[in-house]
Design a protein around this ligand. Structure first.
Ligand code: FAD
Length: 386
């Protein structure tokens, strides 16, 4: 048995990393264990859009907290965060109606946003086609980050700042047992550690720890297809770009817009909706564009049914719709990948207290890069203050 920690965290995606971060801020001694060479899960495969405007209830406020922490960290260490805002571009009368209704909601809440006329959109975002845009809703305070860089830089920052952190990669955890004196955690190489508490932030890995709990939990796993163009530094389209199908999909529109359930679906959108497609753009620092995404679902007990292949058909559907929105050549693709995240049909997150000191915190769905930081702060408060 090796050294004793106040907190052991399994998984170094955004949820594991920021559980560790908030515990370290309290002066706790933390061990963070990652099974892979470095994190390669959902936390590095996403758009890198931090968009509280798309979220509801407490998850919106967790997102607002996330914006604050991202910007504070960026001031101390370059973790790749940029503040270029988010824009929802409406392409027809129904989508216009919804952005007006969302603006009314956020005016009441006091969360800054501005309606942009089509002329204003074209001036601010010259890469958008005039034939697409009717009007837009802009959130100036929202940020983006580089998903392939951010978590690695946060790890580097945490290692330089906190003496109380031990971070081990290549460390699959295959056992956890409650003892009288705390929790014993066992790695696949036989090394064991003792922690006062254990938090398991395992993303969509359900086979190594407490498989019976996950098997019965009702979770689903979603597979998303993503594309990246070659660098196009001259194309002017900065920030988080969200479009008509996103307005018809995100929870904030569904919950806060009275017209949401009255609007019909144009014929053109039917095949796209069948594959869970909505079109987002995020320009990376090298000038390439991340374009996506689609959603296919499987029960978490049958996750391999989602397959490992990229469907060219789905990519074509996404790129054809993307080309309807922007005036640069979206067919110049450098790569495509699939990301997977777990989600629960009824819950915003899966929290299981296996014993007094063993806690599962996973399944944050498609909102982790936005709401993960705020949520983990609240989770650490709940674990250590109650
Ligand atoms: C394509 C795509 C686009 C997205 N876009 C956005 C976006 O723009 N904005 C947004 O807010 N959210 C977005 N999301 C959602 C967001 O990426 C996820 O909610 C978030 O990354 C989940 O983080 P996590 O820490 O729970 O999981 P992961 O990132 O999957 O991390 C889990 C980690 O745990 C490790 N692990 C698991 N089991 C063990 C074990 N037994 N021992 C040791 N290590 C273990 C894994 O190796 C992994 O590194 C997107 C997701 C995808 C897939």
């Amino acid at each position: 048995m090796q050294a004793k920690f106040d907190l052991i965290v399994v998984g170094s995606g955004i949820l594991g990393t920021f559980h560790a971060y908030h515990a370290l801020l309290r002066g706790l001694k933390v061990l963070l264990l990652e099974k892979d060479n470095y994190p390669v899960g959902a936390t590095v495969r996403n758009f890198g859009q931090a968009v509280p405007s798309g979220m509801v209830d407490q998850w919106f406020w967790y997102g607002v907290k996330g914006l604050e922490v991202y910007q504070a960290l960026q001031k101390e260490f370059d973790i790749s965060v940029r503040n270029n805002g988010s824009v929802y571009i409406a392409s027809d009368k129904d989508e216009q109606q919804l952005i007006h209704e969302l603006k009314t909601h956020y005016d009441t809440v006091g969360y800054a946003c501005d309606l942009l006329s089509s002329d204003q959109v074209l001036k601010k975002y010259p890469a958008i086609r005039s034939s697409y845009v009717q009007e837009a809703l802009f959130f100036p305070q929202e940020v983006s980050l580089e998903p392939d860089k951010m978590i690695h830089r946060v790890h580097a920052y945490m290692q330089s700042r906190f003496e109380n952190l031990t971070l081990n990669y290549n460390a699959p955890v295959i056992g956890a047992e409650q003892l009288n004196e705390g929790v014993c955690v066992r790695r696949s190489n036989g090394t064991s550690y003792l922690g006062a508490k254990l938090v398991i932030c395992n993303g969509n890995e359900f086979k190594l720890l407490f498989p019976d709990i996950f098997s019965a939990s009702g979770q689903m796993v979603s597979k998303l297809q993503m594309l990246r163009t070659v660098p196009m530094p001259k194309v002017e389209l900065e920030g988080n770009i969200l479009t008509g199908l996103t307005i018809r999909r995100y929870e904030s529109f569904e919950m806060y817009c009275p017209s949401f359930n009255q609007i019909g679906t144009p014929e053109h959108y039917l095949e796209l909706k069948k594959w869970g497609i909505h079109i987002l753009f995020k320009k990376a620092t090298d000038g390439s564009f991340i374009i996506g995404d689609s959603h296919e679902y499987a029960d978490s007990n049958q996750v391999d049914d989602l397959g490992f292949q990229i469907s060219s058909y789905i990519n074509r559907l996404m790129l054809n719709e993307a080309q309807r929105i922007v005036n640069f050549d979206v067919q110049q693709i450098a790569g495509s990948w699939a990301g997977y995240y777990p989600q629960h049909p009824e819950k915003n997150i899966v929290e299981v207290n296996v014993t007094d000191d063993i806690h599962i915190r996973t399944c944050i769905g498609g909102k982790g890069m936005t709401a993960g930081i705020g949520y983990t702060e609240a989770s650490i408060q709940q674990l250590f203050d109650h």
